[in-house]
Design a protein around this ligand. Sequence first.
Ligand SMILES: [Zn+2]
Length: 138
Amino acid sequence: MKEHLNDIRLSPHFTLGEFLNLGKYPDNIPSIQNVANMTYGCHLLLEPARRAAGPIIITSGFRNTQVNKRVGGVSNSQHLLGQAADIRPQDPAQFQKLIDYLRHHTLTDQLLTADSWLHISWNPFNAPRQYVRIGYYK
Ligand SMILES: [Zn+2]
């Protein structure tokens, strides 16, 4: 049953399984609203970012409260809502392409980057903050 969740397609190139990490966190089950939020992000931000920068590897997407605590996420993390994804760029060139694309996207809520990761968030319910904080690739 839970494995079944992995195969739910949120958009042409992203599945729910990529957001849940059920292999590591078997109880990381989203609500329908969480799934709707992830679907919004996939269609409006991640698919166009993929077109600009190539295939995207999500390292952390949705987190329930327990998972968020385990990974040291902030208590109001948008990962709790299905409104964020952490991406591991495949190389410095993709890192830069993702930054160039997402920092100017009108639906970017927060774009935070450092070392070799990006955190991108969206909010279907409020005006995007378009907050950008860029750290460098190492
Ligand atoms: Zn994040």
